[in-house]
Design a protein around this ligand. Sequence first.
Ligand code: AHR
Length: 501
Amino acid sequence: MPAAKITANPAFVVGPVRRETFGAFVEHLGRCVYTGIYEPGHRTADDAGWRGDVIELTRELGVSTVRYPGGNFVSGYRWEDGIGPKGERPVRLDLAWHTTESNQVGLDDFMDWCAKAGVEAMMAINLGTRGTQDALDVLEYCNIASGTALSDLRRKNGSEEPYGVTFWCLGNEMDGPWQIGHKTAEEYGRLAAETARAMRMIGGDKLRLVACGSSSSKMPTFGEWERTVLTETYEQVDYISAHHYFENLGILEDHLAAGAVMDQFINDIAAHIDHVKSVKKSAKDVHISFDEWNIWHGSQPRNPAPTGTDWPEAPPLLEDLYTVADAVVVGDLLITLLNNTDRVHAASLAQLVNVIAPIMTRPNGPAWKQTTFHPFALTSANAQGQVLQLAVESPSFTSPQHGEVPSLSAVATHDPETGQLTIFATNRNTTERLRISLDLTALGSLEIDQALTYSHHDPLWFATEQDSSTVLPQPLQNISHHDGHLVAELDPISWSMITLG
Ligand code: AHR
């Protein structure tokens, strides 16, 4: 059996485990909002119309921040349409997804949902059809206590206390020709810098501002976009965003390489940030907000996109069903985000409910977990303290698309307060088991608390409303630990978690 070796030492640390790594995303898209988080009359809905079953699953998923209201949607959105009495809110066309937006959920509603779900809002601003004034207006509405037109409007609408939103995305995917108000890097960079500068006149250094980076590593402008946008915005923003979706195009070896592709993308973005920092001789650091990541089987959509005169309200869109292999990839992508915690300071799984999501619902029916729910929830619950810099020796396999890829992907987190060590590991090899030997002697005396694995003889099994529990995380067999030497065997296409204390 191929073998890999890991050596961990608490003296070698990449950086802290950040709660912001476990963000998600709610966009006005398909059934994410309507019949996703919001369904008045549902048997679990509260007085405000929030589905209680979805709130419960959101909490169990361990989500920290939730990005809102888009996505492509935000680039044509008028935030003031979604405030005030619901009966008076205008119905609009949503050009991004060719649907009808009822505006029955808007800013104040979303803040109420965040409080109930125990998450922090990460708000996106429309820099597609709008600009700096709109950003200032929504910031005033959210964060000024009282005594101005917009803060008093918020109070009149029922929210006496300001929301204190600090996380703001300056537009969405402005590099993409599909984006409403798509711009060149120069045009966007200037607008983002001026918007950020003006927003700080209200919110100062407390604001965490995200400039748009590239929509994927495959964008023809990737690299040059970052250089130009950061040249304009470097001193004004805290993060540059990264988006990347992965897809199983039929060759599992290519799909299982996703973690390595994401890792390279992060390294490349970091190089562009460092280049601008160096040219500017700046003392400041800009970090990465990986605020859209997931698997999206976009080349084989399950739901037809509306076109022509058909502008449906909350139709099913992007309702991908995730396989066990997809869940292993999601676990691996989280390992990659954690291993880059020195550069990636925030991330959002896109999205939360129904739309390329770990949680699914049926209108008037139940909510259930997709396969991808499990690695996310377990990682969020058990990654604690600091990310250790591991020494990893791994055999590799060949991906036709990506070349030689290490079979083992692993991260370890260590909490110096409690002594808890957690190892997350993926065997990316599609056919062979992998023996891993860990030298943990530098961590003192430890005992295994929990060892779980997620895999299945059919890696293409997926959960449905009727059966979401045939494949669940199971105890990891074939594991031993003596005097700081841990040995375990990982199934092909598996994700595992071992906690020691
Ligand atoms: O998450 C779905 C879409 O993917 C978002 O609206 C957009 O930002 C990205 O292209």
